[in-house]
Design a protein around this ligand. Structure first.
Ligand SMILES: N[C@@H](CCC(=O)N[C@@H](CS)C(=O)NCC(=O)O)C(=O)O
Length: 323
């Protein structure tokens, strides 16, 4: 685990000393947008027009942020248009690696050994963490974006004319409701589990732990009255919650010490999670080997033996009972 400093790789764990034991996630730096006509998006530069075969996605199957982008690629029928490389589950001294002997597809574009080499191909002087997902433009040979929240919005609409798929997971009429839900779910649940797991001081861990379960109780309450979080259709807000829920019982309960309750013990969330898992194509984006192996094997400061637990046994194909 490390980062680039002026284009040089340095092996360093997250710095929590300067933040009183709290884990603070670095903001994504590369935030251009693919648009249907190549005009500039909300941030960054223009020049990234939606075209079949032009873009490549680098993901980890373990990572909840990368997972969102894979789900949107599937739901929006972009599989044939946007190619993918998958990193190995182990993220150790060299950060994310492409080791084909260790469950990686390899880097389909440059045959790199490490993801940090893709970042320095984009900018030989880059400073910052080397995170997945990364969306690469094969035409201009540069990174479009390394922010999953933006990438799923691009996938939601930029390629509609090419694919003919008009499904909308961020509909105009529900935007403020979705934004409000994201503002609850992202800091307290998606990132909340990391704040608990990566904390190096008890008070920071306990605060994060409380935030996680207070927010889970809130979404459980919403979902006890309706099938999905916003409106009556699946939206972006559901998919953003899903990627944390599916990792919760097999990783976050144990490895990140979020053990007040399991998702299985929530009467609505347990069925809701199955409901989303069973949406066509979604189960294929979930890889429990990568998920468990990544967290338990890579975070040696949390789990120095690197032993990966065998359980739990949960059947996500069981009838979800949601209407
Ligand atoms: N803001 C980014 C966050 C991505 C992120 O933090 N990914 C993690 C994997 S789950 C990562 O690559 N971490 C490597 C590191 O922090 O060095 C996004 O949502 O796209």
């Amino acid at each position: 685990m490390g980062l680039l400093v002026n284009g040089q790789w340095q092996d360093k764990w997250y710095d929590t000393d300067s933040s009183d034991g709290k884990f603070e996630r670095e903001a994504a730096q590369l935030r251009n947008w693919i648009t249907s006509d190549g005009s500039a998006g909300e941030t960054g530069e223009g020049g990234f027009k939606a075209e079949a075969g032009r873009y490549h996605l680098y993901v980890s199957l373990a990572c909840p942020w990368a997972h969102r982008t894979l789900i949107f690629r599937t739901l929006k029928k972009l599989d044939e248009l946007i190619s993918v490389s998958v990193v190995s589950p182990d993220m150790l001294a060299n950060g994310w690696e492409f080791d084909q002997n260790n469950h990686s597809t390899g880097d389909a574009l440059f045959a790199s050994d490490y993801l940090h080499q893709v970042y320095t191909k984009n900018n030989s002087n880059y400073s910052g963490r080397v995170t997945v997902p990364v969306l690469w433009d094969k035409k201009q040979n540069k990174i479009v974006s390394n922010e999953s929240a933006d990438i799923i919005r691009m996938f939601n609409s930029a390629f509609n004319e090419i694919t003919g798929n008009k499904d909308d997971y961020y509909p105009e009429s529900l935007r403020s409701e979705i934004d409000e839900l994201n503002a609850l779910v992202y800091p307290n649940i998606n990132n909340g589990v990391y704040r608990a797991g990566f904390a190096t001081a008890t008070h920071a861990y306990e605060q994060a732990f409380d935030d996680v379960f207070t927010a889970l109780d809130k979404v459980e309450k919403i979902l006890s009255k309706k099938r999905y979080l916003a409106g009556d259709k699946i939206t972006e807000a559901d998919w953003r919650l899903f990627t944390t829920l599916i990792r919760f019982d097999c990783v976050y309960v144990g490895h990140f010490k979020c053990n007040l309750r399991t998702i299985e013990s929530y009467s609505s969330l347990s069925g809701y999670l199955r409901d989303l898992y069973q949406v066509e194509g979604v189960a294929n984006t979930v890889d429990f080997y990568h998920i468990k192996r990544h967290y338990y094997f890579s975070h040696t400061m949390i789990n120095p033996t690197q032993i990966v637990p065998k359980g739990p046994e949960i059947n996500y194909w069981q009838a979800h009972g949601r209407v």
